[in-house]
Design a protein. Structure first.
Ligand SMILES: Cc1cc2nc3c(=O)[nH]c(=O)nc-3n(C[C@H](O)[C@H](O)[C@H](O)COP(=O)(O)OP(=O)(O)OC[C@H]3O[C@@H](n4cnc5c(N)ncnc54)[C@H](O)[C@@H]3O)c2cc1C
Length: 469
């Protein structure tokens, strides 16, 4: 029997535990998941206290990546799946809600005509974007180096594309400033397009895929009727009770003479373990590995996280002139507001409070609010309310409000990210049966975290016969 410890009970650690469940049930593996806090799920957390579903962290997963739906199905929760009702979002620019033109995932106009008709770009901005047709290839990229998405696009297409399209779209997806976002780690396709076609606009023209024929278009995002925490609760309910150790922050990891691993938590030594899944955030991993695995610990310390706060607000109503026919709106960085966006959760997903009204999720980032994690709830709430007052004209008090802080929840895929990931992966591979999982690696989205969690579990148990059905 193989003994495996999973460090971190976010969605990645849970996916690893779920993948190992058949081996654990057949007695071929003993699995223990150590979670620092008193609850599982990590960034995934649904607040149901107001009677409405309010997501404190992620609110959906991508339909085009199969890992999320597969896990939901394995949990027997297919009927809980719901599609986004009002896709798309507005940009709040110069006092108005302006619809986004059709854009690519990185926020580029999907076609020349969508760029020509966009109200988010001035005539001068459109002309500058057309300059992409003549801009030579980036020398840094040609040398195989990494650059930021913001610098790359600014050089090719100018400031307005960056600030009014790519910044809110790609920055909104990664919840960060795109001038700090690694192009190679997040949108490697753009580097490829430049390499093959030189101009991105030419590449878009030449590579345009014809729209799919027939059938209703599927929603790009899915969630669960009672919130994403139901997935966490579903997994937890199906794991053996003694497999989960909450309120057990791992303080150190060491290796015994026999080559097995030992964890220290709450001043007690746990183990021995034959294998480890490391799925806690990088700063925590760096701290727990620093004594016995200093090189790996140093490599983990190279990753940065950007703090983020989500404020859940329930209002009895919002002013009638607000369109509310999309999922919400984003705020570009050049608008002098403390918020970076608002999700209209009731319109987006149908998450309605029992007494009626609207659920809003307001995002506040560190860039616009330095030191945000140390601000009081009252101060954060005041900034969120100022944001919705200026943009949506809501001045009354919310019926319910709650502040959700995310410290080390979202790793920054900063320039050089692929090299940093390759380094932690290769250092971890020097130790037998140590596998990495989670948002740090090749995608912060839930589907990617589930994938890396399951892959880590499979890697550790490779060669151990599957139990017969
Ligand atoms: C506000 C927000 C909105 C997001 N929106 C979306 C979205 O809509 N769609 C999407 O796909 N993704 C979204 N994401 C990203 C996604 O939610 C996360 O990337 C993902 O949930 C991370 O999962 P994880 O298991 O890798 O890490 P985490 O969720 O961070 O889990 C790590 C766990 O490790 C635990 N831990 C820490 N230290 C220790 C220790 N010493 N010992 C033991 N355990 C420890 C933590 O308590 C935590 O539970 C969002 C993220 C945030 C923060």
């Amino acid at each position: 029997m193989i003994r495996i410890a999973i460090v971190g009970g976010g969605i990645a650690g849970l996916a690893a535990a779920w993948e190992l469940r058949p081996l654990a049930e057949s007695g071929r593996a003993e699995v223990t998941l150590f979670e620092a806090s008193e609850r599982l799920g990590g960034a995934v957390r649904t607040d149901r206290e107001s009677g409405a579903v309010i997501e404190c962290g992620p609110d959906s997963f991508l339909a085009r990546k199969p890992e999320g739906i597969t896990l939901v199905r394995e949990m027997g929760m297919d009927k809980e799946l719901i599609e986004v009702r009002n896709p798309g979002s507005y940009l709040y620019l110069r006092g108005k809600f302006r619809p986004f033109p059709p854009v690519t995932p990185a926020g580029l106009p999907a076609s020349l005509s969508s760029m020509a008709h966009s109200h988010l770009l001035s005539p001068a901005g459109k002309l500058r974007a057309l300059g992409d047709l003549f801009v030579p290839r980036s020398r840094s990229l040609s040398r195989g180096e990494d650059v930021s998405l913001g610098d790359f696009l600014r050089r090719r297409m100018g400031r307005e594309i960056v600030e009014h399209l790519a910044g809110p779209v790609a920055g909104g997806t990664h919840l960060t400033d795109i001038h700090e976002l690694s192009l190679r780690a997040t949108y490697p396709d753009l580097a490829r397009m430049e390499k093959e076609h030189r101009s991105l606009l030419l590449a878009l023209l030449r590579e345009r895929t014809p729209p799919a024929q027939g059938g209703a278009p599927r929603s790009p995002f899915l969630t669960l009727r009672n919130g994403l925490s139901s997935l966490v609760e579903g997994i937890e309910a199906r794991l053996p009770a003694n497999a989960v150790r909450k309120s057990s922050p791992v303080e150190t990891i060491s290796r015994g003479d026999g080559g097995q691993y030992f964890l220290r938590t709450g001043g007690r030594e746990e183990g021995p373990f034959d294998g480890l899944v490391l799925s806690a955030p990088a700063p925590a991993l760096s701290a727990m590995l620093s004594k016995s695995f200093p090189e790996l610990a140093r490599a983990f310390s190279e990753f940065r996280y950007s703090p983020l706060v989500v404020v859940g607000l329930v209002y009895p109503q919002v002013p009638e002139n607000i369109p509310l026919d999309k999922g919400g709106f984003m705020v570009p960085r050049d608008e002098p507001l403390p918020i970076s966006g608002v999700s209209w959760a009731t319109r987006k997903w149908g998450f309605a409070p029992p007494e009626g009204g609207e659920v809003l999720r307001v995002y506040l980032d560190e860039k616009r609010n330095p030191g945000i994690l140390s601000l009081s709830d009252e101060e954060i709430l005041e900034r969120a309310r100022k944001g919705v007052a200026t943009t949506m004209g809501i001045t009354g008090a919310p019926r319910y409000s709650r502040v959700y802080r995310h410290g080390a929840a979202l790793p920054q895929y900063a320039v050089g990210h692929p090299e940093r990931v390759a380094r932690v992966r290769s250092l971890a591979a020097q130790w037998p049966r140590v596998a990495l999982a989670g948002a740090l690696l090749e995608g912060v989205g839930l589907a990617d975290c589930i994938r890396t969690g399951r892959e880590a579990a499979r890697r550790l148990t490779k060669g151990i016969a599957e139990p017969s059905a």
